[in-house]
Design a protein around this ligand. Structure first.
Ligand code: ATP
Ligand code: MG
Length: 174
C-alpha cells in the first residue's frame, strides 16, 4: 500500500520530516530518491549524510538555484525552466519504480508560484507504480493534491528563532 504524503504549513519541519521518513525507509531496505526543487546554492548537511548511506540507498538531487524571485507578477523563466527539469527528472525516477520512496522537496512552492500545473502533477501521481510512496513538501499545498493525499500534516509555527534575529543555524537548518 503506497502512500501519498504531504508536509505543508508555515512552521519549520517539512523537509526535516521528509528526511526523517527517508532515514526510516532506508533502514527498512527501501530505496529513496529525493529531488529538491529549490535548493542548490547552499551546501546542506543532509547531502553528505545521504552519501554516507550510499547512492543506491538514498539519493538526494538538488536541482534548484537556491531561491526563487517572488513578488513579481510572473515567475522568472529561468526558474520555470529549472522547475520543469526537476519535475521531468523526478517523474522519470518515480515512474521507473526503482525507488520505493520518492520525495519531491518544495514542489508545493513551485506549484503555488505557478511554475508547475497541479493537474499535471496529480495525473502523474495517479499513474505511478503501486510500490512507490511519495512525499510532497512545501508551503501552500494545492487543494487538488491535498484532496488526493492519504496523509497531510500542516506544520504550524508557534515560535521560530528567526523572530529573534537568529538566522539559519548549522546542523539545524542546513
Ligand atoms: P526544514 O528544512 O528545516 O525542515 P522547512 O522545510 O519546514 O524547514 P522551508 O519552508 O523549506 O521550511 O524553509 C527552509 C528554511 O527556512 C529553513 O532553514 C527553515 O529554518 C527556515 N524556516 C522555516 N520556517 C520558518 C519560519 N516560520 N520563519 C523563518 N524561517 C523559517
Ligand atoms: Mg523545506
Amino acid at each position: 500500500m503506497a502512500l501519498l504524503i504531504i508536509y505543508t504549513g508555515n512552521g519549520k519541519g517539512k523537509t526535516s520530516a521528509a528526511m526523517g521518513t527517508a532515514f526510516r525507509a532506508v533502514g527498512q531496505g527501501l530505496r529513496v530518491m529525493m529531488v529538491q526543487f529549490i535548493k542548490g546554492s547552499w551546501h546542506y548537511g543532509e547531502l553528505d549524510t545521504a552519501k554516507m548511506l550510499g547512492d543506491d540507498r538514498f539519493q538526494m538531487v538538488p536541482m534548484g538555484r537556491g531561491f526563487v524571485k517572488i513578488g513579481a507578477e510572473k515567475p522568472d523563466p529561468q526558474d520555470v525552466e529549472l522547475v520543469r527539469q526537476c519535475w521531468e527528472f523526478g517523474k522519470e525516477k518515480m515512474m521507473s519504480g526503482r525507488y520505493e520512496l520518492m520525495v519531491f522537496d518544495e514542489i508545493n512552492y513551485a506549484i503555488n508560484y505557478g511554475m508547475l500545473p497541479p493537474e499535471e502533477v496529480a495525473d502523474t501521481l495517479k499513474q505511478r507504480p503501486e510500490n512507490v510512496h511519495v512525499i510532497l513538501t512545501g508551503r501552500n499545498a494545492h487543494p487538488l493534491l491535498v484532496e488526493m493525499a492519504d496523509l497531510v500534516t500542516e506544520m504550524k509555527e508557534i515560535k521560530h528563532p528567526f523572530e529573534k534575529g537568529i538566522l539559519a543555524v548549522r546542523g539545524i537548518d542546513y
